[in-house]
Design a binder for this molecule. Structure first.
Ligand code: PLP
Length: 436
């Protein structure tokens, strides 16, 4: 590392060899740099700032909450607070898919940890404490804490920590049609192949040992905005029902409206998950907040059992974060922004196909509504990937930035397939001109 690149800040930045640019403000969907330049935040950071960076109503709601309510209450019994109650009510009053209770935590990784622990507690309360095995998918990402990494099939993020990671987790193939669906294979046959693999894994482990199956409804950063082929989640849900296995859907990156419905699973023809994680767009990035949504049956089992949660954090259900998220969700509802996501999504889809593909190096363009990715390959016919060292997407992201566009590239080596992709998931308030 040359002296020129030594990072002298007292903040430990993620990459030591590059000095990050200082952001000093926001203007709509753009970030303002120290030198006054603006960059369009075309991925909402990592799919977070769905309302952009300047929302006076949310700033006011945060200020008003601090002035008139309470900044912090420990959510351990016997206290609750208005913002948390209202937010949960807003999300769950209609009991989507039977989901009826919420837990709010600070990060997506904490939400994954809580979801796993709740699943284990559920089986304990139901008199099946041996159900502690989880089945996940290869090249998946559910977070960076040790618990969440246990169920994340993200090769390079697991590598250093193998000794800490539970052996009570096994991995099946993801629904990655671009590379895994055979040329003459129909969607139906592909689904049959994957679901048979899942069922065989359940039988191998022993159905009475499996606590749950966890998957992203639309895969985000590892496989690049990858929706499953039609029928996949229906087949998975059926197998979970057949063996009484909890279906845990991770919608931390793809949920809260990004795919054109509040929950991405609404488009999968299933009744819903048993446990769902949410985050990122939940609070639109104004204050950190993530959450876990639970089906009534989980709550019922815990109620007849110990009557409480065997899990908690100091900053769980932070009132200020809930107030900010509540203000964000109210704007999304009032301004019909999820409908707008659908409409703008159609425009984005046709722009991506028209302006970017098909052409050399563009292997696949996939996604839903305002949640898209472009997968790049060295050769589109053979689908040969770039070498990881070449860091093709790093170059795309760098070039895009020089043109005033902030994109998110793939997160390193995630497993068997090298998936060089950049995400394009702009805020819900993006205008036609900005989209162009
Ligand atoms: N799950 C998914 C699908 C994610 O994309 C992420 C983050 O990118 C997480 C979990 C972890 O969330 P966090 O970074 O807030 O801990």
């Amino acid at each position: 590392m040359t002296d020129e690149f030594v990072d002298r800040s007292h903040i430990l930045h993620r990459t030591f060899s590059e000095r990050p640019s200082k952001i000093v403000g926001g203007d709509g969907i753009s970030l303002i740099l120290e030198n006054g330049k603006k960059v369009i935040d075309a991925c909402c950071g990592p799919s977070v700032s769905c309302l952009g960076h300047s929302q006076p109503e949310i700033f006011d709601a945060i200020a008003s909450h601090l002035k008139n309510d309470i900044a912090y209450v420990y959510s351990g019994s016997p206290y609750t607070n208005t913002a948390t109650e209202e937010l949960a009510n807003m999300l769950l009053a209609d009991k989507p898919g039977g989901l009826s209770k919420a837990i709010f935590v600070n990060s997506g990784s904490e939400a994954t940890d809580a979801a796993l622990k709740l699943a284990v507690q559920y089986w304990h309360e139901r008199g099946q404490p041996q159900r502690t095995h989880f089945i996940s998918r290869k090249q998946s990402y559910h977070g960076n804490t040790i618990g969440a990494l246990c169920v994340s099939g993200h090769a390079s993020r697991r590598e250093l920590y193998q000794d800490f990671l539970s052996s009570n987790v096994s991995f099946v193939d993801p629904c990655y049609a671009y590379r895994m669906k055979q040329e003459d294979e129909s969607d139906e046959k592909f689904v049959q192949r994957l679901s048979l693999q899942f069922e065989n894994e359940v039988l191998r482990v022993g159905p009475d040992r499996v606590a749950g199956f966890i998957a992203e409804t639309v895969s985000g950063t590892t496989l690049g905005c990858l929706p499953a082929v039609p029928g996949y989640f229906k087949a998975i849900r059926d197998i979970c029902d057949k063996y009484d296995i909890l279906l845990i859907l991770d919608e931390i990156i793809c949920g809260m409206g990004k795919t054109g419905t509040m929950h991405a699973w609404e488009q999968e023809g299933i009744r819903g998950p048993d446990i769902q994680t949410i985050g990122k767009a939940l609070g639109a990035g104004f204050v950190p907040l993530s959450g876990v949504l639970l089906h009534q049956k989980i709550f019922d089992a815990l109620s007849v059992g110990s009557g409480g949660l065997a899990h908690g954090h100091t900053f769980q259900a932070h009132p200020l974060a809930c107030a900010a998220a509540l203000a964000s969700q109210k704007i999304i509802k009032r301004d019909n922004l999820i409908e707008r996501v659908s409409q703008m999504g159609q425009k984005l889809e046709s722009l991506l196909y028209k302006e970017i593909g098909p052409r050399p190096l563009v292997g696949d363009i996939r996604g839903r509504s305002l949640f898209w990715a472009i997968e790049f390959v060295l050769d589109t016919k053979s689908k040969t990937a770039f070498s990881p060292e070449y860091n093709f997407c790093g170059k795309v992201v760098k070039n895009a930035l020089s043109l005033g566009l902030n994109l998110l590239g793939n997160l390193g080596h995630t497993g068997e397939y090298q998936v060089d992709h950049v995400l394009v998931c702009p805020p819900y308030i993006t205008t036609d001109a900005e989209l162009q």
